[in-house]
Design a binder for this molecule. Sequence first.
Ligand SMILES: [Zn+2]
Length: 118
Amino acid sequence: MDKKRQEMYRKRLVERQAQLFEAVSKTEQDGRQADEEPAQDLADKASNSYTKEFLFKKSNDDRFILHLIDEALQRMQDGAYGVCVACGGEMQQKRLDAVPWARHCIECQEKQEQGLLQ
Ligand SMILES: [Zn+2]
């Protein structure tokens, strides 16, 4: 992959990383606030735990993407960015344009979704 293109992806990764860091710490704050608000009745309690569950799930998704971004930046340092971790083939440009932290090429991603890939 040429340096210019990789640099463009690196910028996108770093920007996204900063956004997610912010989102994760904000979500944790919201979660603590939900804990501190005294629940008045059962309906409140239910909505409170629903909110917490939602925040927890969202935070997990964000953390997972953060992890994938870390890995992608590491692969850039190793000179292995843009190469599918499963088949070793070069990743399609449209795949990286859509998901710059992707680990798999389109074919391997499809296999993984069907449970055909470890
Ligand atoms: Zn592949």
